[in-house]
Design a protein around this ligand. Structure first.
Ligand SMILES: CC(=O)SCCNC(=O)CCNC(=O)[C@H](O)C(C)(C)COP(=O)(O)OP(=O)(O)OC[C@H]1O[C@@H](n2cnc3c(N)ncnc32)[C@H](O)[C@@H]1OP(=O)(O)O
Ligand SMILES: CC(C)C(=O)C(=O)O
Length: 505
């Protein structure tokens, strides 16, 4: 909305090309290495997504890189297939031999790179760059040139080298913020400065050392950059590169740019790359993270149920995601009502309050309530005895490997307090024995069947206990309870069944 107020100050291009470098800079993520087959599979999906260029690797660095680039080329994809090369004959020949139709050549231009790394003069670096571009163009291949560490390079030298490669016939110049030192305003200024100097399309390659890679890429586009280098999931050296999914979605939805990206494939590709690289996304990762369209807070869920846009800037379908309503500490009644409606569970006010209180109590204990948990809680409350003749006032169990499990229960039976203690083979058995003893004067009701099930995995899973109790007259009733404590669940289930039998009498 407010972007409209500043759009006329921007120098937005009609569209932005996406140069994907997941298979090259993304593979430079420490600990990540892809096989030829994995690169092929990712390249196919990147092409389906609609990226313009796929940087398949750095051919001179290994035979696997050459093979991957060659195999990707054989697939006849729509995207250009690019190989990275230093401006050295060996590197350029390796890329040419790999048959790529696009070569990205680079060399460090900042004083740090010149003096300490390359030990080359400005003139040497410039002449190598020009020679490389001419060599690439002589082979009829698209040439992109990067002045590595351009954002720490003197402006006059940066312009000089970019002008020289432009004169040599380069097709695109790339401005790498190699160690992510730019901020959006400085990046915007630099790209405007270069735009006024050069005729060739300008690309940017932003690293995320200060978490600004996406912001700097967008600031570059605002200044007129024609292409953005990005990686799926923001993979790349150190803190990574600009995340493709974030850049693309911001460009399309916030700047209203027309792009040829099938955005509904983004989540699938993110998960695919995550599985292949072993780099898991944090749940709060923008666009593709597990929580990107998940809502727990009651006020948010209420808003989303009324109109999703209240708390979702884009639809989950746009990126192939799904909306999730999560239950927990911050849940409100509207969320639970919506879920119960979805399951076709109809509760009266009293039953609903019990479900609501149990969800809140679990949340207060730091637990997340899954959909399966909610169903089990609701179903057990739904099936409860309508009247409580016997009520639990309290219980305690003592157990361990050197003591006889013993339980003490305090019940209110028809309003009268009754306490009983009993031992058992374990805490559950002891608790049930103690209840049976406490109610023995009211009626001899015995356990006939006991079943327990964990609703979801983990030691803190909700336990669902199902019992059948019976008396001497042949009355039988079932009891059910779902809580995170198996002894408590057992006690509640047994009392539920006892109450049902007592009502029958
Ligand atoms: C900012 C970036 O992301 S750039 C891309 C970085 N990616 C990679 O490095 C991954 C693949 N790299 C490799 O497989 C290897 O590093 C290779 C094959 C490229 C080079 O391997 P080696 O010859 O063993 O050299 P090594 O990696 O140890 O050192 C890099 C060499 O390249 C030189 N170099 C670095 N960039 C350039 C450049 N643009 N132009 C010319 N030389 C360069 C360095 O000065 C150094 O040369 P030296 O060995 O003569 O001192
Ligand atoms: C090769 C260049 C573009 C690079 O990866 C960088 O500078 O980060």
């Amino acid at each position: 909305m407010y972007i409209e107020k500043v759009k006329n100050e921007m120098n937005l291009p009609e569209t932005v090309k996406i140069f994907d470098t997941t298979l090259r800079d993304g593979e430079q993520t420490p600990g990540v290495a892809m096989t030829v087959d994995e690169k092929i599979r990712i390249a196919k999906k990147l092409d389906e997504l609609g990226v313009n260029v796929i940087e398949a690797g750095f051919p001179v660095s290994s035979s696997g890189e050459v093979e991957a680039a060659g195999e990707i080329l054989k697939m006849g994809l729509n995207a250009h297939i690019c190989g990275l090369a230093r401006p050295l004959k060996g590197d350029l020949d390796a890329a040419i031999d790999a048959d790529v139709d696009y070569i990205h050549t680079f060399i460090g231009t900042s004083p740090l790179h010149r003096e300490f790394k390359l030990k080359m003069s400005k003139e040497e670096i410039l002449s190598k760059s020009v020679d490389a571009v001419e060599y690439i163009k002589d082979h009829g291949i698209i040439a992109e040139f990067s002045a590595e560490d351009s954002t720490r390079t003197e402006l006059d030298y940066l312009k000089e080298i970019y002008n020289a490669v432009e004169d040599a016939g380069v097709d695109c110049i790339n401005v790498p913020d190699t160690v992510g030192v730019m901020v959006p305003t400085s990046m915007n200024w630099l790209i405007r400065e270069l735009k006024s100097e050069l005729k060739v399309p300008i690309s940017v390659h932003c690293h995320n050392d200060f978490g600004l890679a996406v912001a700097n890429s967008l600031a570059s586009v605002e200044a007129g950059a024609d292409q953005v280098h990005a990686t799926i999931n923001g993979l790349g050296e150190r803190a990574g590169n600009a995340s493709l999914e974030e850049v693309v979605m911001a460009l399309i939805t916030q700047y209203d740019l027309k792009m040829n990206i099938k955005t509904e494939g983004l989540v699938n590709l993110s998960e695919f790359v995550s599985r292949i690289t072993g780099v898991k996304m944090p749940p709060n990762k923008a666009i593709v993270g597990e929580n990107a369209f998940a809502h727990e807070a009651g006020i948010h869920v209420h808003g989303v149920l009324a109109k999703a846009e209240t708390y979702e800037p884009i639809t989950p379908e746009m990126v192939g995601h799904t909306r999730r309503i999560v239950l927990g500490k911050h849940t409100g009644a509207n969320a639970i009502k919506a879920k119960l409606k979805e399951y076709g569970i109809d509760l009266d006010k009293n039953q609903f309050d019990k479900v609501f209180n149990q969800v809140k109590a679990l949340g207060d204990k730091g637990k997340c309530v899954t959909d399966a948990d909610l169903r089990a809680i609701a179903e057990s409350i739904l099936g409860r005895a309508k009247e409580e003749i016997v009520k639990l006032e309290g219980f305690s169990v003592m157990t361990g490997n050197s003591v006889l499990p013993t339980a003490t229960v305090k019940l209110s039976i028809n309003g009268e307090s009754k306490t009983a203690a009993k031992t058992g083979v374990g805490p559950v058995d002891a608790a049930i024995n103690a209840i049976q003893r406490a109610v023995s004067e009211t009626g001899d009701i015995e356990l006939q069947e006991y079943n327990i099930e964990a609703i979801t995995g983990g030691t803190n899973a909700l336990a669902e206990v199902f019992v059948i109790m019976g008396d001497k007259e042949g009355n039988k009733a079932t009891g059910r309870s779902t809580t995170e404590d198996i002894v408590m669940a057992s006690v509640e289930a047994v009392l539920d069944a006892i109450n049902k039998i007592l009502i029958l009498r």
